[in-house]
Ligand binder design. Structure first.
Ligand code: ATP
Ligand code: MG
Length: 565
């Protein structure tokens, strides 16, 4: 017996017009089709149809997590400050953390992710290596005061996440737990009908070593990923590495100063000297936790500030402002060069030892040529911080990379002992000695997956859900008079009894045209029209995705639909 939902009683008001502030298809359609409503910036109400889709996503995730031995728990979202202080994240998380104070003055936070609390839970429950490995997960509301909540439920400040944590006593155990999650995620996204890629990622503020992201290609996505048409390399562009190819420093002449008035930008410099921008070295000044730092990249490349932030996290990266130059005669704005510069110097790997550059001479209106890396200046740290461009060489095989946009729907990490060290989580090993536990953490954006699905599957007429997540299996439209409505309701009841989830449009006084438009907008996979032909025993079945129509006898509708499922 499956659920039959009558539209005449459903809490639903579809909209003909896009919400004014919506830019992405999923945002527009989920609002127009009555799945979600905005409550405040980045905070959403899930209406009945939306709640069904959200629950369907959660159900698939739950089934696959259970299948790898995950045990579901539910930890609080309201968390005390102390564990997050112990891990350092109370401050590291910065402005993204929702902090609050209770009536007694004790400080709390609304959980953005739960490594700390799961570590403490396991510390409380597990004492011996025999208690491990263990995989715990929850499906829960998370809170992050995102700087730019956007695109409806795609990036919320309150959102649903499945977060899982694995606890092992050995590196091999962690690798195995990680593999189990990686494979489960592949099954989850395949079942949900999400086209996705697994790419290497930067671990960022989470800490730890190996990490991969599951990305759903979509133009509305905020992530970019690079993939190689020549091999199976794929990475978030934030994680793409360039190869350092050292050159011969002896191949270049001595440093030579150039009189270059009014050339504070790479464009003006390259034009003045008649050289390509790639021959110049651009030195961007930023503040890293307040300390002025220079970053050298080839003049024809852009620095990806997001990527820089990821690499230097938890340090805070800011651009320098005019005030930062006051009282700093050593920093000549527009003419900065790494040679003899007394500040920390980071560089892109393309600024390899032995390469020569035209760069600022740290004197107003002056540049220098033949400034050789390793001879005239040294790099304190190499960092991959340039914006990856299509055609950049694949770090694995050298083929030109392609670049695409995507939505991050999942992220898996081998954290190692970052949190178990912070909380001293040991268990007694086989030899009776304490063993430090090693940990993994694994997230899926449940609410974001709904938006990602809408992005990937919609068409001009509306949403177009894959069956597994759709709010119903069939949308029965009573198109005509009371007689058709009666037949439609009767058919809906029979379908329900046969295990088919039904949405039936039995609204009186609504024209067939409006009902058809709503059915397309709502996006249930099959639309069954009970129209004029029904009195003669004929109904029409339409596939929402392909638009294919077939007429069939009313008496065969149940059989036909159960066969489709
Ligand atoms: P992003 O880079 O998009 O901010 P993240 O790296 O901060 O994501 P994680 O901390 O790895 O994300 O969280 C696990 C998953 O939770 C993400 O893969 C994503 O699917 C989802 N998620 C993260 N932030 C949000 C958000 N603000 N709204 C909705 N879903 C989110
Ligand atoms: Mg984030």
């Amino acid at each position: 017996m499956a659920h039959v939902q009558r539209m005449s009683t459903l809490l639903l008001k579809t909209l003909r017009d896009d919400p004014a502030d919506a830019e992405t298809a999923s945002h527009k359609l989920l609002v127009r089709a009555g799945y979600v409503r905005r409550s405040s910036a980045g905070v959403w109400t899930w209406l009945p149809l939306g709640k069904k889709v959200l629950d369907n996503v959660a159900r698939v995730v739950r089934e696959e997590m259970d299948a790898i031995g995950g045990q579901e728990v539910l930890l609080p979202a309201l968390l005390p400050k102390e564990p997050y202080e112990a891990s350092g994240r109370w401050t590291e998380y910065g402005a993204e953390l929702f902090r609050l104070t209770d009536r007694k003055g004790a400080e709390y936070l609304l959980g953005p992710t739960h490594e700390e609390i799961f570590t403490l839970t396991v510390k409380d429950q597990c004492t011996s290596y025999k208690d491990l490995p263990v995989i715990l997960y929850q499906i829960q509301t998370k809170y992050r005061d995102e700087a730019r909540p956007r695109a409806g439920v795609l990036r919320g400040r309150e959102f649903q996440m499945k977060d899982a944590y694995s606890f092992d006593t050995t590196d091999e155990g962690l690798a195995e737990s990680y593999r189990l999650h990686r494979e489960a995620y592949g099954r989850i996204f395949a079942r949900l009908g999400l086209d996705h890629r697994v790419v290497s990622a930067v671990s960022g503020a989470m800490g730890g070593s190996a990490s991969e992201e599951f990305l759903a290609p979509a133009t509305a996505g905020e992530d970019t990923f690079a993939y190689c048409p020549g091999c199976d390399y794929a990475a978030n562009t934030e994680a793409v590495t360039a190869r350092i190819a050292p050159a011969d420093p002896a191949a270049h002449g001595p440093v030579e100063e150039l009189d270059t008035p009014d050339t504070p930008t790479i464009g003006t410099l390259a034009a003045h000297l008649g050289v390509p921008a790639s021959a110049t070295l651009k030195n961007l000044l930023v503040k890293v936790d307040g300390e002025i730092t220079a970053i050298g990249v080839p003049g024809d490349r852009e620095v990806d500030l997001g990527k820089l932030g990821e690499h230097l996290a938890p340090a805070v990266v800011e651009l320098v402002t005019a005030e930062d130059f006051t009282g700093r005669p050593d920093l000549v704005r527009g003419y900065v060069g790494p040679q003899g510069l007394g500040i920390r110097y980071l560089a892109d790997p393309r600024v390899a030892p032995g390469t020569a550059w035209i760069t600022g001479a740290n004197k107003q209106g002056t540049h220098a040529r033949n400034v050789v890396c390793g001879r005239d200046f040294t790099v304190d740290r190499y960092l991959d911080v340039v914006v990856v461009e299509p055609g950049d060489p694949c770090p694995r095989c050298g083929t030109g990379l392609e670049v695409g946009r995507a939505i991050e729907i999942g992220h898996i990490f081998q954290l190692g002992t970052k949190y178990t060290d912070a909380f001293g989580l040991d268990v007694l090993g086989p030899q009776g000695k304490p063993v430090r536990v090693t940990m993994g953490s694994y997230g899926i954006g449940i609410s974001r997956a709904v938006a990602a699905l809408a992005e990937q599957t919609h068409d001009a007429a509306g949403l177009c859900w894959p069956r597994e997540v759709a709010p119903a299996d069939v949308h029965v439209v009573a198109a005509g008079k009371a007689a058709q409505t009666e037949l439609a309701l009767d058919l809906a009841a029979k379908l329900g009894a046969a295990g088919v989830r039904v949405l039936v449009d039995d609204r009186a006084g609504v024209s067939p045209g409006v009902k058809f438009t709503d059915a397309e907008l709502i996006g249930v996979p099959q639309i069954l029209v009970v129209g004029r032909g029904a009195v003669n025993g004929l109904v029409e079945l339409k596939d929402r995705r392909t638009g294919a129509r077939e007429e069939l006898p009313l008496g065969q509708a149940v059989e036909r639909l159960t066969a489709l499922l």
